[in-house]
Design a protein around this ligand. Structure first.
Ligand code: COA
Length: 159
């Protein structure tokens, strides 16, 4: 099993993994609207290969809230037949280890019961608006450098 920058993985293999983890209707998700038209951030996007099979992936995207830059984390995907083996944890650690001091705070839509262990929490996001439906408790922020961020504002692509 080994890690690789996601830029080296074929679009077909990535799409098959994402369809498996999230379902083929995944493009309707609010997270897709949030980063519409953006290119994934290369140094924070990884795949895990096992004997040539892509079994897990993480992607990060440039977004903003009002005028403040953020990094959108996700999708975080683990193949359904490989879940609960620690691959999701491995992906999150790979990504967090690759963060540089220049990188913006991170936002994601996910379960706080899982992502809390990686420093993501809903605190600070309750005044933010998204371009589609969302559950406030699942809009999570990781702002380890305590960057000043708007308390209110629209989240969207950083274009
Ligand atoms: C969520 C996901 C990324 C977790 O990765 P994983 O490799 O299966 O999980 P890990 O092996 O790292 O961690 C397993 C632990 O996390 C817990 N866990 C997994 N998903 C969880 C969730 N959504 N909420 C709470 N706990 C969760 C498991 O119960 C397990 O707990 P334990 O260690 O106490 O037994 C993966 O299951 C997945 O791709 N799911 C489908 C897509 C998805 O929902 N992605 C997240 C939104 S971006």
């Amino acid at each position: 099993m080994h890690n690789t920058p996601l830029s080296g993985i074929s679009a077909d293999a990535l799409n098959a993994l994402l369809d498996d983890a999230f379902g083929a209707d995944r493009h309707m998700r609010t997270a897709y609207l949030l980063r519409k038209g953006m290119v994934a951030i290369n140094h924070l996007s990884f795949g895990i290969l096992d004997e040539g099979e892509l079994v897990a992936s993480i992607q990060c995207w440039p977004v903003r809230v009002d005028k403040a830059e953020l990094i959108l984390v996700g999708p975080v995907a683990v193949a359904t037949h490989r879940q609960n083996e620690g691959l999701g944890t491995q992906l999150m650690q790979l990504m967090l280890n690759a963060v540089t001091p220049q990188d913006a705070p991170m936002v994601m839509i996910g379960d706080p019961e899982y992502y809390g262990r990686f420093g993501f929490e809903a605190e600070g996001t309750s005044g933010w608006t998204l371009p589609g439906p969302w559950e406030p408790r699942r809009l999570l922020l990781r702002n380890s450098e305590m960057v000043a961020l708007p308390t209110h504002g629209m989240l969207g692509p950083n274009d």
